[in-house]
Design a protein around this ligand. Structure first.
Ligand SMILES: C[S@@+](CC[C@H](N)C(=O)[O-])C[C@H]1O[C@@H](n2cnc3c(N)ncnc32)[C@H](O)[C@@H]1O
Length: 251
């Protein structure tokens, strides 16, 4: 779970007492050793602080959510296609036969299999995941469902590891708020996009550490990474919380 608490090292506020000062004047060397311990204590405290409040992105210094590691069955709920209007989402991203699509943060492959059917055997889907368990699950699923046009890619928190100028459309579905280094991931994604390619981000408003991220933050980070917003929708769940943003690379 997200740990927002900041560890405050009590030694940080410790100042030498008058007794310490008297002691220092008498046995200055001993006091210097004591101060050195305080310094070490402070450093240890700061290191612990960095570990326990580590859910802040490297580049943007904002909160993000712990990547989901549970059972991907939760992404398979009946009616999800209709609720998200996933066919309309694919229309907006101009996903059709022969196209190359990237599903970044693919989870159990819910979108990857739908995109793979839409692009048909002449097209290709890159299912990008940081979790090896999910990569394995997607590989097994693609085999089971006879979809030979899904290729899994093990990305990192900062790089989806997609080939340069290879994709026509990208979807980041309910995963953006989990990306630890979002501007880096978007920059690398941009390099992987062919001319005229589109990037879709579906998420919901939130602080970052609550499984959502405000759309203004997503737009700002996408701009930083070299994208411009071309369309903004709320049909994926008309609740003013969920959004579907479409970006294209700037020149
Ligand atoms: C909430 S799940 C959504 C799964 C899927 N998109 C869906 O909606 O069915 C988010 C997924 O993003 C993955 N993830 C988080 N950070 C990632 C990154 N930097 N690159 C690729 N995948 C990432 C997590 O491992 C997790 O499986």
């Amino acid at each position: 779970m997200i740990k927002e608490g900041i560890f405050v090292n009590p030694l940080f506020f410790a100042s030498p007492s008058s007794a310490d000062l008297r002691l220092e004047s008498r046995i200055g060397k001993v006091f210097m050793v004591k101060r050195r311990f305080l310094g070490v204590g402070l450093l240890v405290g700061l290191a612990l602080s960095a570990c326990t409040s580590g859910q802040v992105t490297a580049q943007t210094k904002r909160l993000f959510s712990e990547p989901y590691t549970g059972n991907p069955i939760i992404f398979e709920s009946p009616g999800r296609d209709q609720r998200l209007q996933i066919e309309r989402v694919m229309d907006e991203l101009a996903i059709g036969p022969g196209k190359v699509v990237a599903d970044i943060g693919a989870g159990g492959g819910w979108f990857a299999v739908r995109a793979a059917k839409r692009v048909q055997p002449t097209g290709q889907v890159y299912a990008v995941e940081i979790s090896q368990n999910f990569i394995n699950a997607i590989n097994e699923r693609a085999k089971r469902e006879g979809l030979s046009n899904i290729r899994t890619v093990r990305g990192t928190a900062a790089d989806p590891k997609l080939p340069d100028k290879s994709v026509d459309a990208v979807l980041i579905l309910k995963a953006y708020h989990e990306i630890a280094d979002p501007v880096s991931v978007l920059r690398k994604t941009r390099q992987a996009m062919k001319s005229g390619a589109l990037l879709g981000i579906i998420d919901k408003n939130g602080r970052g550490d609550d499984h959502g991220l405000n759309r203004e933050v997503v737009i700002k980070e996408a701009n930083q990474a070299g994208f411009k917003l071309v369309k903004s929708f709320d049909f994926v769940k008309p609740d003013d919380e969920d959004y579907f943003l479409v970006f294209s690379p700037t020149l």
